[in-house]
Design a binder for this molecule. Structure first.
Ligand code: ZN
Length: 472
């Protein structure tokens, strides 16, 4: 509690900004109230109904003022263009390096963000299934690692964690030969330092239920805090009804698991990845035409057998979007109280006009379509899923809430007009900015001002976490 004198002091300060008369939502205290939010030197100074002095006052009447959105799962990998798209949709912190690939070396990534500046706060995981396996000579995803190679990977991961990686990510679907021994060695390392392990499961579609059990078992065997990555993209092909009870049972037993899930039912990945490997048409119960080419010279075309073979042979890194998920399962997953919102965005698309609408539309879609139009869950629940839940999972103590001393990562949006405008490549423009987001502050500096990007604004910092020795 603040003493009376402290409060008098807080009220007498001249602030950098005061956001006045907005509907302030704090997911930590679960309070919704009309108040003034004061920002100074990168922090929230005070939230009050009293009049405050400020260099700049912003009228937020009728607007929501809430913590900035924290994306637990993206692939921005330090790309400026993507980060600016994310800021436009209210993201103030994004965690990259998911699904087993990302920036490396970690030290270079962190130094670059901190030295050059970045539009948003940015942290990274160290990736196993592409990056580490490659570093020890396992180019072939079907090659089983030897004990020596596993030990080498553990060394690489330990060094990355020491340099500030916030965890180790697995993309088991992309490296099918990954053994239990290999996973457990890395999971034990992450558990030792209380770092997290986000996992893109071994299989989507029919195999996704079994794959979910495998992830829960990793938690049980090692104590590592796992994050089940993009649940809808793995289990949202008709398997959600079978999948959710497995997660609920694990929660009931006290397992340390978290779940992220996106707002779209069509996922994007490289045509040459294992996702489109042998038997994929049967796996997804689909036809070639269910897949849209989302980058390169054939962008916007539906796949055919000929085009599939051509792309595989000539440009396997071509990003493609597979319309194989169930739209209703996107909502069903997100309605669960333990599911946080993620984008899975910016996979292989770092240029204007490319990519997947999740890269520019996820959060406005959640607030505009799921909350306002469909009433799928409450505004408070939505804010919590986009802010406090990821902050708590990653241990970002000053983020994900609003109050004196919190980092001034703040979004001001209009709940009546917020909406996504991004479309799938070929059907529209995937990076069309949303509407209804007026201000985005990151560390107390505006990156979105009156609905417009401040081009040169670089207030973001690297998320750098020290290793803690975890003792149960
Ligand atoms: Zn993934």
């Amino acid at each position: 509690m603040l003493e009376r004198n402290d409060m008098a002091k807080l009220l007498s300060v001249e602030y950098d900004y005061v956001i006045e008369n907005g509907t302030v939502i704090d997911p930590k205290s679960e309070l919704i109230t009309i108040a003034n939010v004061a920002i100074k030197d990168g922090k929230i100074g005070v939230i009050t109904r009293a009049d405050l002095k400020a260099k700049e006052k912003i009228d937020a009447s009728g607007k929501i003022v809430c913590p900035g959105f924290i994306d637990p799962h993206c692939h921005i990998d330090g790309y400026l263009y993507n980060a600016q798209c994310y800021a436009k949709m209210g993201v103030t912190t994004a965690i990259t390096g998911n699904c087993g690939f990302g920036p490396y070396p970690i030290k270079d990534f962190i130094d670059r963000i901190n030295n050059e500046g970045f539009p948003i706060n940015h942290g990274t995981l160290v990736g196993h299934s592409f990056d580490m396996r490659k570093m020890v000579g396992l180019e072939d995803p079907f090659k089983v690692a030897t004990s020596k190679e596993i030990n080498e990977m553990v060394k690489i991961a330990e060094e990355a964690l020491e340099q500030g990686a916030i965890g180790i990510s697995l993309g088991l679907e992309y490296a099918p030969a990954t053994t239990k021994e290999e996973i457990l060695a890395l999971a034990r390392l992450a558990a030792k330092y209380d770092k997290v392990m986000p996992i893109h499961s071994r299989s989507d579609s029919w195999g996704s239920v079994k794959a979910l059990r495998e992830m829960v078992k990793i938690q049980e065997d090692t104590g590592v805090r796992i994050l089940i990555s993009h649940l809808t993209y793995q289990n949202g092909m008709g398997m959600m009804k079978e999948s959710l009870p497995i997660i609920e049972k694990a929660y009931a037993q006290g397992y340390k698991i978290a779940v992220d899930s996106g707002a779209y039912h069509a996922f994007a990945t490289y045509i040459g990845s294992e996702v489109f490997g042998e038997g994929w048409l049967e796996k997804y119960d689909c036809i070639y035409e269910d897949v849209l080419v989302s980058a390169g010279p054939h962008v916007g075309k539906r796949l055919s057998e000929t085009l599939y073979k051509e792309l595989l042979a000539t440009d396997p890194k071509t990003l493609c979007t597979a319309f194989v998920g169930k739209e209703y399962e996107v909502i069903e997953a997100m309605q669960q109280p333990y599911v946080m919102v993620s984008t899975d965005g910016a996979v292989g698309s770092h240029e204007p006009g490319t990519g997947h609408p999740q890269d520019a539309g996820t959060y406005p879609k959640v607030f505009g379509r799921f909350v306002r139009e469909m009433n799928a869950f409450s505004m408070m629940e939505a804010v919590k899923k986009c802010t406090l839940m990821p902050a708590e999972f990653f241990g970002l103590e000053n983020k994900g809430w609003l109050g004196t001393g919190a980092d001034a990562d703040v979004v001001v949006f209009n709940p009546k007009t917020i909406i996504d405008k991004a479309e799938y490549s070929g059907l529209g423009i995937p990076d069309t900015p949303p509407e209804g987001i007026d201000w985005v502050f990151i560390n107390g500096v505006s990156v979105i001002k009156n609905g417009k990007l401040v081009e040169n604004s670089r207030p973001g910092r690297a998320i750098h976490q020290e290793n803690k020795i975890w003792a149960i």
